[in-house]
Design a protein around this ligand. Structure first.
Ligand SMILES: [Zn+2]
Length: 365
């Protein structure tokens, strides 16, 4: 008897998949030999990784610098209450390993950055963008161009999602989004229905499996626009932009990535939850919750409620005080603080990450 290529466990585990003529033994072998880098183990990465691990993708590397928080659990289905406070890449690797120990899973417990992106991308056959940060997508895009690697972009907001497979000889992400789109900068503050990243993560896993198994991939060089409210899926052809700053001249591309990444840096008047708590203890400080009256009534940690659009620099209630602004995720309070500072208010601060970061830091670690 000749030695088998698959173990008995693998043969049983993947039986339903190998049975598909489009996959077969050859497709399963390709999946087993594939190396996939998953950037972000959150709402997209959790479902995508579950199905890639289940399908027998042989080498998964998960990159994430965040820890599991209570506000993640409504959509990040890999995690439970027992994982709170654990690094996401580490927790995900544990969960995936328990489901399939026939594959190799590596956890990188730090964010993707200019320092580690090249080594990680070069070692992968396919990169999955499962982040929610535009700056990281430009970083992935540039690195994938440098190393000739394909990558699957996915993004979600509210009830909608986008997905595209970028390949080395096709259009790139920066052909699609030449500069950081203004409306996408605040996507962390926009909210999302939990099933939407779930749907997009599954679409991503499906496209990844087809790509790795050598099947046609409809999202290749196309942007899929998925509308979860109307249940519509549109597919737009992507064209390479000859003037693109990434897949055009490489020196300009580097510059562009640096510019894009610097926009996510926070100002020195944006305070961490602990610095905010310290400032709050001082008597001359006034806490101003800039969310809507309905949000304030539903849950608040005290202070005066003035919705961000009603903030006035000459409001007598704010006179002579150092102002500590807060909102749900830190986006509106940053806007309000910037506005008051531009109008001459020197002692105006914003709580970075908002009430959610405050609660995570105080109670749910
Ligand atoms: Zn391009």
């Amino acid at each position: 008897m000749r030695e088998s290529e698959f173990s008995a466990r693998e043969w049983l585990r993947y039986a339903r998949q190998i049975q598909l003529p489009e996959v077969g033994v050859a497709g399963q072998q390709r999946l087993r030999g594939a190396r996939v880098l998953i950037v972000g183990a959150g709402g997209l990465g959790a479902p995508a990784a579950l199905y890639l691990a289940g399908a027998g993708v042989g080498h998964l590397t998960l990159v994430d610098g965040d820890t599991v928080a209570l506000s993640n659990l409504h959509r990040q289905v890999l995690y439970s209450g027992a994982d709170l406070g654990t690094n996401k890449a580490v927790a995900a690797a544990q969960q995936l390993g328990a489901r399939n120990d026939d594959i190799a899973i590596a956890a990188i417990a730090e964010p993707l950055s200019a320092a580690n992106v090249d080594a990680l991308v070069a070692a992968a056959d396919l990169v999955l963008d499962c982040t929610d940060q535009m700056a990281v997508r430009y970083l992935i895009n540039a690195a994938c161009r440098r190393h000739g690697r394909p990558w699957l972009f996915a993004g979600v907001e509210r009830f909608a999602g986008q997905l595209a497979l970028f390949v080395p000889d096709g259009a790139c992400f920066q052909c699609l989004y030449p500069t950081l789109p203004e409306q996408l900068q605040d996507c962390a503050g926009a909210g999302v229905l939990g099933v939407v990243p779930g749907m997009l993560g599954l679409l991503q896993a499906g496209e990844a499996l087809k790509f790795l198994a050598g099947l046609p991939v409809p999202s290749r060089d196309h942007l899929l626009l998925w509308d979860g409210l109307g249940l519509e899926l549109r597919r737009l052809r992507l064209r390479r932009d000859p003037a693109c700053r990434c897949c055009g001249a490489s020196d300009i591309a580097e510059m562009q990535v640096a510019t894009v990444c610097s926009t996510s840096a926070s100002a020195d008047w944006e305070l961490s939850p602990s610095a905010f708590a310290e400032a709050w203890q001082r008597p001359d400080h006034l806490l101003v919750d800039v969310r809507s009256a309905a949000e304030y009534q539903a849950f608040n940690i005290g202070g005066l409620n003035i919705p961000v659009d009603a903030l006035q620099p000459d409001d007598p209630r704010l006179a002579g005080r150092s102002l500590l602004l807060l909102c749900q995720t830190g986006v509106r309070s940053r806007r309000g603080a910037a506005q008051l500072r531009a109008a001459g208010g020197a002692a105006v601060y914003s709580l970075r990450g908002g009430i959610l970061a405050w609660l995570e830091a105080e109670n749910f670690r």
